[in-house]
Design a protein around this ligand. Structure first.
Ligand SMILES: NC(=O)c1ccc[n+]([C@@H]2O[C@H](COP(=O)([O-])OP(=O)(O)OC[C@H]3O[C@@H](n4cnc5c(N)ncnc54)[C@H](OP(=O)(O)O)[C@@H]3O)[C@@H](O)[C@H]2O)c1
Length: 255
């Protein structure tokens, strides 16, 4: 049985059907009560912050895919949450394969969320459980959402920072493969097929959504800005994603 934390999120909601389609029994964790079972997926309620429901959630799990994160608050509480999950998994006595989804460059990037992801990676590595960590570059779905927020202003901030976007669906497919395979330690990084600046991304996003905005090359100051300018969050040597940003936009917005 495979426990998926973050099963209701962008990634988790793509991963769960891929696992059930492979015939896997899936237990999907959410803080909120959801309808019992869908095919071979059963929803369970649990909270990684309080620890409520975790012992029941991990009971009998052979694999745990940890995709839950406090993404809205820069990963606040994620390290403690990871340890609570690890301790529950160890109490269960089954020593499941722990699979964690991380981000390229978290060990060399000063952004708070990335530093927290690195702490969680270290918790996973130090857990004593067999583990796999997959790092990917930023997903189309995240950049799409960011651009939607930026476009709320008629002067749309669009710095010349390089990004290497990847379809979350491809990350989910890779995670599904890893979840049914043997623990791999640090898996090979996974990046999108092309490196584009935020300005490039914003231009094609505006064309696809039919919006008209003035793009402003607002610089990102400080250490975080430098890290993004240096592309520490990219993996140009791992352009393994197939779908392009243009294809994603065509699928989402029909132009
Ligand atoms: N977006 C990217 O570009 C990208 C790239 C590489 C890696 N990642 C990583 O992939 C992971 C998934 O990202 P995502 O965009 O799919 O996240 P998301 O859509 O924001 O979903 C977050 C999930 O975390 C769960 N969650 C949050 N706090 C929880 C808690 N205290 N207890 C239990 N569940 C909790 C939520 O479940 P409920 O609300 O149902 O409880 C939700 O399903 C994250 O670790 C992220 O860092 C993202």
């Amino acid at each position: 049985m495979i426990l998926v934390t973050g099963a209701s999120g962008t990634l988790g909601s793509m991963l769960v059907p891929l696992l059930t389609a492979r015939g896997e029994q899936v237990r999907a964790l959410s803080r909120h009560r959801r309808d019992g079972s869908v095919g071979s997926c059963v929803w369970v309620a649990g909270d990684l912050d309080s620890g409520a429901g975790l012992d029941e959630a991990v009971d009998g799990a052979d694999v745990i895919v940890h995709a839950a994160s406090n993404t809205r608050r820069q990963g606040k509480g994620d390290t403690g949450a990871a340890w609570r999950l690890i301790e529950a998994a160890k109490r269960g006595g089954r020593h499941p394969h722990l699979l964690y989804i991380s981000i390229v460059g978290v060990d060399r990037h000063p952004m708070k969320y990335y530093r927290t992801k690195y702490e969680v990676e270290q918790a996973v590595e130090g857990s004593g459980l067999p583990f796999t960590i997959l790092r990917t570059t930023q997903w189309f779905q995240l950049l799409d959402a960011f651009l939607g927020v930026a476009a709320k202003s008629p002067l749309m901030p669009a710095p010349g920072l390089p990004f290497q976007p990847l379809d979350a669906a491809e990350a989910a497919a890779r995670l599904a493969e890893l979840a049914v395979g043997a623990p791999a330690g640090r898996a090979e990084d996974m990046g999108g097929p092309e490196v584009l600046t935020v300005r490039d991304l914003a231009r094609s996003w505006l064309a696809a959504t039919g919006k008209h905005r003035v793009l402003v090359p607002l610089p990102l100051p400080g250490k975080v800005g430098r890290a993004f300018r240096d592309g520490r969050h990219n993996a140009p040597e791992h352009k393994v994603g197939k779908a392009t940003w243009a294809e994603y936009l065509a699928g989402e917005y029909g132009r």
